[in-house]
Unconditional design. Structure first.
Lengths: 308, 447
């Protein structure tokens, strides 16, 4: 880098400085054009996918499509009502399992042991191990969670292909996400809030429950909405743990099919591309809505503490 | 006023006591009425449940009478639990009637079912709801001693240790179970055969156990499609990151950043579907024998789009973390903005960019469903379709992840174990890749 700039200096003594500058400007313009093109290409790819899916999907979406169940078999006929309901069940179940664990872990990491990381002793070891585990979990591909769920919940605990198996495996997938976002949310709560609470004579838990958590709620909700998006989008895990029955689940131990799974089955097994595109269109609209919600809420959360 | 509140709580306490006595009575009645030895009668689950409930209710009654704070918490939590249970069961009922049919449910049925559900819900949840609101209303008369608060505090601190260990437990269980399940394959087939065998032919078709389980075709499939994705996706992703971090005006960034984030959130099956219905017909335009439109090229394009958000985000962070003083110094020397980016900013952000690429590779190797849909899934080592070596891009193959997902649901015995070994391999590979990326990212921090 230093050599380059020195070179520029040397050259400019030999050649005409204005010309040199013009050349460098030209290079810059060419490079910037490419960069703009790359950025536009990335966004264009996204927009084209969304446009294509929604435009073609709209053609099959009507009331019947939304409120009747898939016909089953390889006919590719019928609607998607049961898959929508199953997706909602699974989202609720997964978040119910993962949120307490994730938020609890984040509270433990931020409020109780933030001064322990890197230290020796059992608790220091524990904290470092938790941190490493969360990183490992965040990097594990979903098919491994599926395999794990298949081995532990479906086979070993004999829960069969069921909502419960899928919910437990899905919870492992979103656990690191919830932990991380909650940790970030807790860290943005100003220290003065905590000191103020403790100075009033509250215990640590009262401080966390009545002061820190309410202030961090928007950030925590952002994490949960992100997890909802992950569960809705996830296919591999549910492919190997949920079974894929097109009927409506009657209880926690019955098999089911989420919308994403339905897209896969329609496309790969029955080649009913129109219906698959219709289901995808609904999925995309839901995902866009969730992303918008996250953007708005995280912006407001950032505003809340930025005034300090 | 305070007296009225106290008295109403005491009335509630009496009510709880009454419920407690009733439950106790009905529980014992069941045990006594059964003409059996006491030991057997005690095993009546309903009776035992009634007695336990009775004891609990009695404890609540005593607590309420003495205005203990914990009873307030316990009753509120129980009420919330009850409401959730009622709500869930109503939702189950409602959707079973409205959404499970093969034809459209008439609007009148929907409305009447909805009305019934709401009425049911109100009737069932009325008492718990009233309890919660009422208790909130008389909040201040409950007492809480110093020791109680202290005990709660300590208890939660202990409990959180276990909650926090849940992620360790999950990682541990993943290790244990995938390794145990794959041990059969390692013992019966052998590591050498698994890792260097070029034929994957599970025996289930023939019905005997003479299947061959070589993972080389899938390894190559994963590697080729990942290389393709890196070649296509990395330049695009890094240039986009430069655009977002250095060049684009804030207004453009406000639009582009959410778009990239949205790209990360789109379900992978939709990318797969897109590859099937849009890219495959396009690729089929190459007039080469055996070109199905599916294969490594299709997979690479789809993967390139899918890894773009990962790489762009991490790269952008890395570029942003380069101090502004570097840029100022370079610009002050007369360098153009492009020269500054190329010779100062990017070298300074180098480790972050490398980590980003590694994370992208990890993402590509772990992707499953989209690849199953576009790569063709043939169990063969990908070879060029004709004399032109580039036609290898059009060859169909299968990835490690796809191999698991396609076969696990019906696999048994050694076959199943071999699939778990595929999982172990993938897990270890990604563990190394991600640790490496985190290591590089962390090394960067002090500088």
């Amino acid at each position: 880098m230093i050599k380059d700039i020195a070179m520029i200096g040397k050259k400019s003594t030999v050649i005409d400085p204005t010309r040199n500058l013009r050349q460098r400007k030209l290079t810059q313009n060419i490079a910037f054009t490419f960069i703009w093109l790359a950025g536009l290409l990335a966004v264009a790819a996204l927009l084209f996918i969304i446009y294509y899916v929604i435009k073609n999907g709209m053609q099959v979406i009507d009331l019947e499509f939304l409120t009747t169940r898939p016909a089953g078999g390889v006919s590719g006929k019928g609607g998607i009502s049961t898959t929508i309901v199953t997706t909602i069940y699974l989202v609720i179940l997964t978040i119910t399992i993962a949120a307490p664990l994730g938020i609890g872990t984040a509270i433990y990491m931020v409020e109780y042991t933030s001064d322990l990381s890197g230290k020796k002793g059992f608790l220091g070891w524990l904290v470092n191990t938790i941190r490493t585990s969360v990183e490992v979990l965040a990097g594990v591909p979903s098919i491994i969670f599926g395999l794990f769920g298949f081995a532990v919940f479906v086979s070993y605990l004999k829960l069969k292909f069921s909502l419960l198996s899928a919910g437990l495996s899905g919870a492992c997938l979103v656990l690191p996400l919830i932990i991380r976002t909650t940790e970030e949310a807790l860290l943005t709560v100003p220290k003065s809030y905590r000191e103020g609470s403790l100075a009033l004579g509250t215990t640590k838990w009262q401080m966390i429950f009545d002061v820190v958590l309410p202030s961090a709620i928007p950030g925590i909700i952002t994490g949960i909405v992100l997890s909802v998006g992950r569960v809705i989008a996830e296919t591999a895990i549910f492919w190997v743990t949920l079974g894929g029955s097109y009927r409506l689940p009657q209880n926690l131990l019955s098999s089911g099919r989420t919308m994403a799974l339905h897209v896969y089955m329609l496309a790969s097994e029955t080649r009913a591309f129109e219906k698959a595109l219709g289901t995808s269109a609904i999925l995309i609209v839901v995902i866009i809505a969730l992303n918008l919600a996250i953007n708005i809420s995280s912006r407001q959360f950032a505003k809340k503490f930025s005034g300090k | 006023m305070k007296e009225i509140k106290k008295n109403s709580i005491r009335v509630l306490a009496v009510l709880f006591a009454a419920v407690s006595f009733y439950l106790l009575y009905s529980g014992f009645e069941k045990i006594i009425s059964v003409d059996l030895p006491v030991s057997l009668a005690l095993s009546q689950p309903q009776a035992i449940f009634a007695i336990i409930l009775s004891l609990f209710s009695g404890a609540l009654a005593v607590g309420l009478w003495r205005l203990k704070n914990w009873t307030k918490t316990a009753i509120s939590l129980l009420s919330i639990l009850l409401i959730i249970i009622f709500a869930v069961s109503e939702i189950f009922n409602f959707s079973t009637i409205v959404f499970a049919g093969e034809s459209i449910t008439p609007l009148s049925v929907i409305v009447s079912t909805f009305g019934k559900s709401i009425v049911n819900l109100l009737l069932n949840c009325g008492i718990p709801l009233l309890l919660i609101i009422g208790l909130k209303f008389v909040d201040e008369i409950f007492l809480e001693s110093e020791t109680q608060r202290f005990i709660v505090d300590k208890f939660i601190q202990r409990a959180l240790v276990f909650v926090g260990s849940s992620s360790i437990l999950v990682v541990f269980l993943i290790f244990i179970f995938t390794f145990i399940e794959s041990s059969d394959a390692i013992l019966n087939i052998g590591l050498g055969e698994l890792l260097t065998g070029t034929v994957w032919r599970p025996g289930y078709i023939i019905g005997d156990q003479s299947g061959q389980f070589g993972l080389v075709p899938m390894l190559l499939g994963s590697i080729y499609s990942t290389i393709g994705a890196v070649i296509l996706g990395v330049p695009l992703a890094i240039l986009t990151a430069i655009l977002l971090a250095e060049i684009a005006p804030p207004a453009v960034r406000e639009v582009f950043r959410p778009a990239i984030e949205l790209l990360a959130g789109i379900p992978s099956v939709i990318f797969g579907l897109f590859g099937m219905v849009v890219l495959a017909p396009l690729i089929r335009n190459f007039e080469i024998a055996g070109n199905s439109g599916f294969g490594i090229l299709n997979a690479s394009i789809i993967l390139a789009i899918m890894i773009l958000p990962t790489i762009t985000n991490v790269t952008e962070d890395a570029i942003r973390s380069v101090p502004d003083s570097y840029r100022h110094a370079s610009l002050a020397m007369g360098a153009t903005r492009w020269q500054t980016i190329v010779s100062v900013v990017l070298p300074a952000a180098r480790s972050g960019i490398i980590a980003a690429i590694i994370l992208g590779i990890g993402r590509a190797l772990g992707e499953t469903m989209a690849l199953i849909m576009v790569i063709g899934n043939s169990i063969a080592i990908p070879v060029p379709l004709d004399n032109n070596p580039l036609t290898i891009l059009l060859a169909t193959t299968r990835t490690l992840t796809g191999n698991i997902a396609v076969e696990i649901n019906y696999a048994a015995g050694v076959h199943r174990s071999a699939l778990f070994f595929t999982g172990v391999l993938l897990f270890l590979l990604l563990l190394v890749i991600n640790r490496l990326a985190h290591f590089i990212l962390r090394e960067k921090q002090p500088s």
